[in-house]
Design a protein around this ligand. Structure first.
Ligand code: PRT
Ligand code: MG
Length: 213
């Protein structure tokens, strides 16, 4: 497609990216949060926003359906990052990926005893790698959301989820016990597009870098 497409998700990412988009001259022409359109024009004729699910942003950029994208490091780590250039930490939508358990659950003891820990998460690849590096045996249970529920109803001993204020954990009698990684949203770029559309993309990437500073 001619022009430039930027894949990003509504909600948290769009809310926090909006000031950056405005600063680089890419304010959307209509509010993606209210419009049902999935391709939204911006203040620049040659640039459009492509509205995707948060976890799909890397896929759109990897296959070149979007030239640029904005994705959380959580999503990128789980995707694996293949076929993506990641030039910039946008410093938005910050949180931490944590292991959490029910208050009172003796995690250290469970790990020491070498029992298989049941861990529920949507980040199965990251979680498997994290526990493998520690030498802890886990049975992974793949969920698509509301991970906080799993330990409460006996589905899992632990969860791996994102934590920002900590309120969701507290409200569900959970405690964070281990940090896996700090998370923020990154600008991602299709490497082939960077070659063929360099004259448009390079200044845009630099503009984002300037807007972050
Ligand atoms: O909603 P959908 O299923 O489409 O996808 P999504 O849930 O992945 O999207 P969205 O918009 O909720 O999140 C998009 C991105 O925002 C994530 O990929 C992260 O990079 C980033 N982000 C930053 C967060 C949070 N902070 C966050 N706190 N994403 C989710 N949360 C959730 C967390 O999962 C937990 O349920 O908020 C809850 C905890 O918040 P506190 O404040 O109670 O600790
Ligand atoms: Mg969500």
């Amino acid at each position: 497609m001619a022009g430039i497409g930027i894949a990003l998700s509504k909600g948290r990412i769009l809310a926090e990216a909006a000031p950056l988009l405005a600063r680089v001259g890419l304010a959307p022409r209509e509010d993606p949060e209210r419009s049902r359109k999935l391709v939204v024009a911006t203040a620049r004729r040659d640039v459009r926003l492509i509205v995707v699910r948060a976890s799909d942003a890397p896929t759109y950029v990897q296959y070149g359906a979007a030239d640029l994208g904005i994705a959380g490091l959580d999503v990128l780590a789980e995707h694996g990052g293949a076929g993506l250039y990641q030039p910039l930490d946008l410093g938005i939508a910050a949180c931490r990926m944590m292991v959490a358990v029910r208050r009172g659950f003796d995690y250290a003891r469970a790990v020491r005893q070498g029992a298989r820990l049941r861990v529920a998460t949507k980040y199965v690849h990251v979680t498997r790698a994290h526990f493998a590096a520690k030498g802890v045996h886990v049975d992974l249970i793949r969920l698509y959301g509301s991970m906080e529920l799993a330990p409460l109803v006996g589905l899992a001993d632990a969860i791996v989820d994102l934590v920002s204020s900590g309120q969701t954990l507290r409200a569900n009698h959970l405690v964070a016990i281990e940090e896996i990684m700090p998370v923020s949203a990154r600008l991602i770029v299709n490497p082939a597009a960077l070659k063929t559309k360099r004259a448009q993309l390079q200044p845009l990437i630099e503009a984002f870098a300037g807007a972050v500073r």
